[in-house]
Each structure stands twice: as structure tokens, then as C-alpha cells.
Design a protein around this ligand. Structure first.
Ligand SMILES: Nc1ncnc2c1ncn2[C@@H]1O[C@H](COP(=O)(O)OP(=O)(O)O)[C@@H](O)[C@H]1O
Ligand SMILES: Cc1ncc(C[n+]2csc(CCOP(=O)(O)OP(=O)(O)O)c2C)c(N)n1
Ligand SMILES: [Mg+2]
Length: 318
């Protein structure tokens, strides 16, 4: 393995944008335009917690960026550049770094953002990837968690439970279910939707921990509650098959994490406009319930009975 500075020059300097100054200075320098808010987010991924130690580095790079881009999407922002922190164990080779940096570059090109800096260290422990992503939103326009109003509809993009299904497929070495596997390995940040629908949205978050947990964050930030209809939750055919075959429990739909879809609230008068935006972009958006003053997130079955929710979603330290 080459030394620290060669490694940065070889694998990361080619990914840098102008504010990164060739990754040769102590810091990046950036002059934001007037009328623009910087939207800044960070997510850390740890081997054995967020991914498997032998995961393909090309896909892993895209997952590490994808989960951060998903936060940018949830804020109705456009990604600009990012900082990359890497703690590399001895097991990481130059071949691994080559694939990892190629994965980063592919997503950078797809969504048009660049690398601005970072830090690289050795670790006598697991691989750690820490990304700080900076996006732009028009001044005052970031879609916060705190804007939900009683009487707003609750909506989600895409389908729920796919990534948790994928994790089960991988852990139990099930054959088939390639769609679920891909949903686990390659989150699709809903960037186009986040920006295009932002003006209709009163509150938004991405679903990293699970629907009930992440909608719970919207409700507590907004000092509201929500009632969700179980039969309205959008699921893929694959998740439906897994549940029918007894490979997974239905709670995977509302408490399985890693989906990186968006959960958001909006006035019902804007529902048609929101569905039109989703259709134009080619993703689905589904109305799943309503914001209320109950102070909690409740799931109800088709008869209106409360569904007992044992786990709301993924939690570290549990
Ligand atoms: N170690 C930390 N130091 C400062 N802020 C933190 C830390 N960990 C989490 N946060 C903040 O707590 C909030 C919730 O974090 P989190 O649930 O991880 O959000 P997300 O699901 O969007 O990643 C965010 O505002 C995040 O910036
Ligand atoms: C090997 C492995 N085991 C378990 C999981 C499941 N998992 C780990 S962290 C997580 C939730 C998201 O991570 P977190 O650090 O809470 O992200 P944030 O909410 O901060 O975006 C889930 C569902 C996984 N992705 N990979
Ligand atoms: Mg986080």
C-alpha cells in the first residue's frame, strides 16, 4: 500500500472540484452566492453496522454517498460538494481504493457534485466512512422536519421494506430476490423529486431508520401526531412474496430501515400537483395517512384498529 499523500493524490485528487484546491491545502475554500442557503449533512458508515466487511467497494462508495444525498434530497436541496473521512484498516488494498474511488466518481458524474476535501487515517479496527455533504437551497426554502400541520396528508415516495428485505436475503443466503438485494446495496436518492416537489411540501425527512421512526421525527419536530393506514403502505411484489413465503414479518414494511425513500407532509389541495411531479420524474408517491394532534404515530388496520408496533425502526445502542 502506498503512503497517505500518494494515496490522496492518486485516488481522491482526481475527484476534487475547484473549492478543493487540488486536495493540497489545509482546508477547502468556497464563496457561496447571494440568495443561496447551504444545506449541510453528515452520515457515518461503519463496517459490520451499516455494511458487510466484504461488500463490493464500488457499490459501497455509492451507498456512502447515496445515504448523504438522500438527506440533501429530503431538504429539497441540490448537492454541490462533499468531504470524505476514511479510517482504513490494513485489509484495504490499492485495488479496493481504485474501485471505491471509481464508485464515488460515477455518482459524482450522475448528480454533478465534486469532492472538496477530507481526511484519511489508518485504524486498528473496522473500516469507517464519514461523509459531509453540502447542498444548495434557495434562501429560506429548505424543507424542514418541523412544518407539518394537522390535516396535512402524509406521503411516501417509492416502496417500503425493500432494503430490509434485501438485508434478510443476504443474511440468510436466499437465492433470487435480486431487486431487494439491489435496494439494499444501492439506495436511490430522490433528489429530483425533493427539489421539484419542495414548494408543495410542509415537512420532509428521508427514511433511513424506518417509516414509523422517521415520520416520528417529523411529528416531534412539528409537535403533531400522525395516523397511517396499513393497507395504503406501498410495497413491491418482492416484499409481498417474502412476507407470504414466511421469510419476513410485515413489520419490515414500516420498521425496516435503509430504504432512503422520502416521507413528507403536504396540504391535500396540493396532492394532485405532487402526484404530477412524481409522474413526470418517473417515481411513485403514495398518500398513506394524515397528520393529527394525537402526539404520536399510529398505524391502523383496514377496520380502524390500532396495529401494535413493537419496533419503530433501527436504533443504535439498543
Ligand atoms: N455526534 C453528533 N454531533 C452533533 N450533532 C449530531 C450528532 N449526531 C447526530 N447529530 C444531529 O442530530 C440530528 C438527527 O440525526 P440523525 O437522526 O442521524 O439524522 P438523519 O437520519 O437525517 O441522518 C441531526 O441534526 C444531526 O446533525
Ligand atoms: C450489515 C448491516 N447490518 C444491519 C444493517 C441495518 N442498518 C444499519 S444502520 C441502519 C439505519 C440507518 O443508519 P443510521 O446510522 O441510523 O443512519 P441515519 O439515520 O443517521 O441516516 C440500518 C437499517 C445494515 N445496513 N447492514
Ligand atoms: Mg444521521
Amino acid at each position: 500500500m502506498t503512503d497517505e499523500f500518494n494515496l490522496i493524490a492518486r485516488y481522491f485528487a482526481p475527484l476534487a472540484g475547484p473549492e478543493g484546491l487540488g486536495l493540497k491545502d489545509d482546508a477547502a475554500c468556497y464563496h457561496p452566492k447571494a440568495g443561496i442557503d447551504l444545506v449541510i449533512t453528515k452520515d457515518v458508515l461503519v463496517s459490520g453496522v451499516h455494511f458487510f466487511p466484504d461488500d463490493d467497494p464500488f457499490l459501497l462508495a455509492q451507498k456512502a454517498l447515496g445515504v448523504n444525498l438522500s438527506d440533501i434530497a429530503a431538504k429539497g436541496a441540490v448537492p454541490q460538494f462533499y468531504f470524505l473521512g476514511l479510517c482504513l484498516p490494513d485489509s484495504v488494498s490499492e485495488q479496493w481504493l481504485h474501485s471505491f474511488s471509481s464508485g464515488l466518481l460515477e455518482l459524482q458524474q450522475e448528480y454533478e457534485f465534486t469532492l472538496a476535501g477530507g481526511d484519511t487515517t489508518s485504524i486498528k479496527g473496522p473500516l469507517v466512512i464519514s461523509i459531509t455533504m453540502i447542498g444548495h437551497a434557495n434562501e429560506g426554502c429548505m424543507t424542514k422536519r418541523s412544518g407539518a400541520k394537522a390535516g396535512d396528508g402524509v406521503f411516501v415516495t417509492g416502496t417500503l421494506g425493500d432494503a430490509a428485505g434485501g438485508l434478510k436475503v443476504i443474511e440468510n443466503k436466499l437465492t433470487g430476490f435480486d431487486f431487494l438485494r439491489e435496494r439494499y446495496y444501492l439506495p436511490q436518492p430522490r433528489l429530483k423529486f425533493g427539489v421539484a416537489a419542495a414548494r408543495y411540501i410542509t415537512a420532509m425527512a428521508d427514511i433511513s431508520d424506518g417509516l414509523i421512526a422517521d415520520l416520528g421525527h417529523i411529528c416531534s419536530a412539528s409537535e403533531k401526531g400522525a395516523t397511517i393506514q396499513q393497507q395504503l403502505l406501498p410495497i413491491s411484489d418482492s416484499v409481498s412474496q417474502m412476507i407470504t413465503a414466511g421469510f419476513a414479518e410485515p413489520c419490515m414494511i414500516w420498521a425496516g430501515g435503509d430504504d432512503y425513500e422520502l416521507v413528507f407532509t403536504a396540504n391535500l389541495n396540493d396532492m394532485a400537483s405532487i402526484f404530477a411531479v412524481a409522474e413526470e420524474i418517473g417515481i411513485s408517491a403514495t398518500h398513506i395517512g394524515m397528520i393529527d394532534n394525537t402526539g404520536e404515530v399510529r398505524l391502523v388496520d383496514p377496520k380502524g384498529n390500532l396495529v401494535h408496533v413493537k419496533h419503530k425502526g433501527f436504533q443504535h445502542f439498543r
